[in-house]
Every structure is written in structure tokens, then in C-alpha cells.
Design a protein around this ligand. Structure first.
Ligand code: GLP
Length: 259
């Protein structure tokens, strides 16, 4: 794991976006795994700026998103499909037919998840997977107690995730947050060739500590990334504040990135 620690989330988002821009320039057919939540938004804004400045094109890029709420159609303003269209896809030159988000309205959710896994496999696997992290250490919607080898499937949200999501979205109304979702599994995520995880703010400090310096455990599904050999964790100073070796990580990653 490489832990990049920046003063601000804007700085970290720019570095992460630059990494994606460089990868897409090198391989215009890059397969991206994408995440929702408030955290990746500044990075998506930077990615869109690079497209506008004609530094890069997404016309041959394919994307698969991490998760979607069960029971929300893609047209619902709190669905993750809607979120992606607004925050990224409409701002870059990607073909919408090349973007994939699990269908939360699927009649047969299990089949939907199997189909999703098969599509990713057919595309050659995910080259770069973008992740946020839940305050309980989850990635995608893989809550505590989920197998670290899990595959894409139906998952059940914890009360704390429902609370977090209501605070940031759903106009604060907890009873409107679906209790189930379709989510890529931890095992599925860990197969990506490269991982870029973003974590900002003091609300994420415990989760970051667990992910980086805790044991590998189902209790913090992000800790599975400790076994990934190309995982980049982009933090601001607040989210990194509980890391014992934060000065060492910051120096090592800055040196590797030539900063
Ligand atoms: C949800 C998403 C995660 C995301 C998390 C944190 O649980 N399924 O992918 O990382 O929220 O969201 P935020 O970035 O808004 O804190």
C-alpha cells in the first residue's frame, strides 16, 4: 500500500486525477472501476477539466461502477447511476453505452450480479479501481462481516452507513435510504490491477487507521487492500491523523511520485 498524504483534499484529488489521466493517455482503452459518494467528486471535477483542456479523451474508455441501491431506478436523483451521469459522465467525452452501473431494479438481482462479473471479465478486468471508504471501513457496500473473498451480490447496509448516507444525501431522511444494495464484492475489487482509494476528513481517520495499520479483517473490509500490490491511498491530513507511521508513508509516497 502506498499512502499519499496531502495538506488538502483538493491537492490529493488532483494527484489522483493526474494518475488516471496519465493511464488513459497511455492506454485509451483503459477499463475503469468507479465509485460514488461525496469523496471522489473533486477528483471527477479534475478529470473533466483535463478532458476540457483536451489533455485526454475517454471515448474508448469503459467503466463499471461499484454499487447501486436496490429499488432505485437510474432516473432517481439519489441513485448511483444518476450520480455518475451528473458528476462525471456528462462532463467527459465518454460513450454512455460504455458506462455500466448495476441495475437496482433488476427482477433477478443474483443474475444481474453474475452478468456484471461476466462483463468485467470479458472486458479484460478492471485496470484502475477508484474507491472511497465508509466510516466503518467498508469499500463499495461491503459492510463489516463480509467475506474478503466475496463476489458481486446483494448486500445489507448497517445502521451507521444508512445514517452516513442520509446525512450526505437523501436530504437527511434516514427512512428513505434503501437498506439493501447490489455491490461488487471485496474479492472482485481486489482483482483490479491498480487501486486508487480516496479518504478525506476526520470522520474517516479511524477507518484509514484500520485499513492501513489494523489487521486484515472482515471487520474493516478495506483492510483487504493490504494484500494488493498496487494500491494507492490518497488522504488529507485529517484522515491520516491517526496513522502511526504517517510521516514515513508521506515521505515514501512523495519520493515515489517525484513530488
Ligand atoms: C457509500 C458508497 C461507498 C463510499 C461511501 C463513503 O457507502 N457505497 O462506495 O465510499 O459511501 O461515502 P462518502 O465519500 O460520501 O463519505
Amino acid at each position: 500500500m502506498e499512502i499519499v498524504i496531502c495538506k488538502t483534499k483538493e491537492e490529493a484529488s488532483k494527484l489522483a486525477a493526474d494518475m488516471i489521466t496519465a493511464a488513459v493517455k497511455k492506454n485509451p482503452k483503459t477499463v475503469l472501476g468507479l465509485a460514488t459518494g461525496s469523496t471522489p467528486v473533486p477528483m471527477y471535477t479534475e478529470m473533466a477539466k483535463a478532458v476540457k483542456a483536451k489533455k485526454v479523451s475517454y471515448k474508448d474508455v469503459k467503466t463499471w461502477n461499484l454499487d447501486e441501491y436496490v429499488g432505485l431506478p437510474g432516473t432517481h436523483d439519489q441513485s448511483y447511476r444518476y450520480f455518475m451521469n451528473k458528476n462525471l459522465f456528462e462532463k467527459i467525452d465518454i460513450k454512455i453505452s460504455n458506462t455500466h452501473v448495476l441495475n437496482g431494479m433488476a427482477k433477478d438481482p443474483v443474475k444481474e450480479c453474475e452478468k456484471y462479473e461476466a462483463q468485467i471479465k470479458k472486458a479484460g478486468g478492471i485496470d484502475i479501481q477508484v474507491l472511497g471508504i465508509g466510516s466503518d471501513g467498508h469499500i463499495a457496500f461491503n459492510e463489516p462481516g463480509t467475506s474478503l473473498k466475496s463476489r458481486t451480490g446483494v448486500v445489507y447496509l448497517t445502521p451507521s452507513t444508512i445514517k452516513d448516507n442520509a446525512r450526505l444525501f437523501f436530504k437527511g431522511k434516514e427512512d428513505e435510504v434503501p437498506t439493501r444494495a447490489l455491490s461488487m464484492g471485496v474479492g472482485t475489487i481486489c482483482e483490479a490491477k491498480k487501486i486508487i482509494l480516496l479518504a478525506f476528513g476526520k470522520n474517516k481517520a479511524d477507518a484509514v487507521k484500520g485499513m492501513v495499520e489494523g489487521g486484515i479483517s472482515q471487520f474493516c473490509t478495506a483492510s483487504a487492500l493490504q494484500e494488493h500490490n498496487d494500491a494507492w491511498i490518497f488522504c488529507d491530513e485529517e484522515s491520516a491523523s491517526k496513522l502511526k507511521l504517517r510521516n514515513y508513508y508521506a515521505w515514501r509516497s512523495a519520493t515515489k511520485l517525484g513530488l
